[in-house]
Design a protein around this ligand. Structure first.
Ligand code: ZN
Length: 216
């Protein structure tokens, strides 16, 4: 099993469960550490930066450059103490997100998704959860936002293998939030005008705890 762990720690293939979803809860500490120690932390783009407000490009090359990007994303996520990070949040126009997120049961999930597509849920699986949400690209602001409490995302891992990821509660929120980023949407775009204004005011009044890319 040590060999499996080594392979995973170096960005190998995750095991899958009986329904074909990746098991992203094993060896989280080792896998996250391996990524971030290879990577370099980069500053975070914030609302108003054009890269955050348009759909990112599909990943087509699953090469060393992509592996380096993923490493840098894990490093940046750690510096900013985020639970998820999309590539455009470090200024890269590619459909990739990473996550290091606890679900509502306190179980940690670590993984990478390229070219994510969110599954449209049937009505009987669609239960809204109106917890609070924040975003590293809208520093220091928080707002309640109703989202389904379960999510399934399909895409590819950083090697190009097809994968499916699913989660509930806060982790479901994370999967939806990060997928939104790669299509050019921030969570504040889903708020009412008034709530959005309020979030932007919170951001104006706060000071980010991590390096950000200044807007022109
Ligand atoms: Zn975000």
């Amino acid at each position: 099993m040590a060999q499996d762990t080594d392979q995973q720690a170096s960005g190998g293939v995750l095991p899958v469960d009986g329904e074909g979803f990746v098991i992203d809860t094993e060896d989280c500490e080792a896998r996250e550490t391996a990524y971030r120690e290879r990577g370099t932390s980069r500053p975070i783009t914030v609302v108003g930066n054009p890269v955050l407000h348009k759909e990112c490009k599909e990943v087509t090359a699953f090469d060393d450059d992509l592996a380096k990007l993923v490493d840098d994303m894990f490093a940046s996520q750690r510096t900013a103490q985020g639970v998820g990070l999309a590539a455009n949040q470090i200024g890269v126009d590619l459909k990739v997100f990473v996550y290091d997120c606890m679900d509502d049961e306190g179980v940690r999930h670590v993984g990478v998704v390229c070219n994510p597509v969110l599954r449209e849920l049937p009505a009987d699986r669609r239960r809204l959860d109106d917890s609070g949400e924040g975003c590293l690209s809208v520093p220091t602001a928080y707002a309640p936002l109703a989202r389904p409490d379960y999510a399934e995302v399909s895409g590819q891992d950083e090697k190009g293998n097809p994968i499916k990821v699913r989660g509930g509660g806060y982790f479901a929120r994370c999967l939806q939030h990060e997928t939104d980023h790669l299509y050019g949407y921030l969570y504040i775009d889903r708020l009412s005008k008034r709530e959005r204004r309020d979030a932007l005011r919170q951001m104006e009044e706060g000071t980010p705890r991590y390096p950000v890319v200044p807007n022109d």
